[in-house]
Design a binder for this molecule. Structure first.
Ligand code: NAD
Ligand code: UDP
Length: 314
């Protein structure tokens, strides 16, 4: 693969840190821009000495001047707990931040990949969700700062593409988990594993019969690289996720099975407002355009993630 100067925004976060590592391993120069709102230098500590890696603490809501050939725009809090902490800033990150990154891409003639989300489908009536589905999002609810922000970011990508011929890529990421998630991230996989390792109650929201389809982070990174570097100019939006669907209760049971000594019990808490009832990606388009499919089963990915949390919680 050609070696390039690549910007990863949100590079000190969970997914971004895996992406930076992979891009460096392939011989690229990587600039990691992150405000450290939810990310941490710990995630990239081993990269700081690498001469081909640069960390810049910066909020993408402010303009940025750099020379780059590719941009992966991942900067945005992803856990509901974090994106609802300062919802106005979440929308600004997706909208003003996206405009800044698209402007940078336009000036440098870089290809830009936007990390969009399955949340653009909202609480879907169509199952599984294909890219052609326009979604069912509550525009004024507590999740809207994230969902509508990401929808507007997609709009901006396609307007820059049509208006300025900018090469864009849009990936709709479905629930992804793995090492480098923050122990207090608040999302379900990290919550359940941390609770089980600490013998605390496992907090199931609602009855636990809502579903999600969980993807291991390495599968996602493979998909993002294939999308960015495809030779046909395929822009997406494209779903990247693992279609194996589980109820949240099943997930809790799987986590407990992997941590046999745990004394944790399942407890039930109120379901948050607008929590989607079901979610599963239709990945036919990713298979057709990118030759991509996930390879890591939930048990295998959970095992690696449990090992990671065991080491950081010591
Ligand atoms: P994360 O919270 O671990 O990482 C986000 C990173 O962005 C953090 O390092 C944070 O400090 C940084 N950031 C936030 N706002 C910023 C700003 N204004 N300027 C600069 N940096 C900022 O979350 P993640 O799971 O790694 O998610 C990465 C991206 O992927 C996000 O855009 C998210 O919306 C998207 N995504 C993730 C999932 C998932 O399941 N993990 C699913 C769908 C979409
Ligand atoms: N969830 C849960 N317990 C937790 C955290 C989350 O039952 O401690 C549920 C949450 O209500 C949702 C699902 O797990 O139905 C996935 O939540 P997460 O925040 O990980 O992702 P998202 O809702 O954005 O898909």
């Amino acid at each position: 693969m050609t070696k390039r100067k690549i910007l990863v925004t949100g590079g000190a976060g969970f997914i971004g840190s895996h992406l930076c590592r992979r891009l460096l391993a392939e011989g690229n120069d990587v600039m990691c821009v992150d405000s450290l709102f939810t990310g941490s230098k710990d995630n990239i500590l081993d990269l700081l000495d690498n001469k081909r890696f640069e960390f810049i603490r910066h909020d993408i809501c402010e303009p940025l001047t750099l020379e780059v050939e590719q941009i992966y725009n991942l900067a945005c809090p992803a856990s509901p707990v974090h994106y609802q902490f300062n919802p106005v800033h979440t929308t600004k990150t997706s909208v003003n931040g996206m405009i800044n990154m698209l402007g940078l891409a336009r000036r440098t003639k870089a290809t830009i990949l936007q990390a969009s989300t399955s949340e653009v489908y909202g609480d879907p009536e169509i199952h599984p969700q294909p890219e052609s589905y326009w979604g069912r999002v509550n525009p004024i609810g507590p999740r809207a700062c994230y969902d509508e922000g990401k929808r507007c970011a997609e709009t901006l990508c396609f307007d820059y593409h049509r208006q300025h011929k900018l090469p864009v890529r849009v990936v709709r990421i479905f629930n992804t988990y793995g090492p480098n998630m923050h122990p207090n991230d608040g999302r379900v996989v990290s919550n359940f594993i941390v609770q089980a390792l600490q013998n605390k109650d496992i907090t199931i929201y609602g009855k636990g019969n809502q579903t999600r389809s969980f993807q291991y982070v390495d599968d996602l990174v493979n998909g993002m690289l294939l999308l960015m570097n495809n030779k046909t100019g395929f822009t997406g939006p494209v779903n990247i996720g693992n279609p194996d669907e589980f109820t949240i209760k099943q997930l809790a049971e799987k986590v407990l099975k992997l941590i046999p000594g745990s004394k944790s019990k399942l407890i039930y808490k109120p379901l948050p407002q607008d929590d989607p009832r079901q979610r599963q990606p239709d990945i036919a388009l990713a298979k057709k355009e990118l030759g991509w499919a996930p390879t890591i089963k939930l048990e295998e990915g959970l095992r690696k993630t449990v090992e990671y949390f065991r080491s950081v919680l010591k």
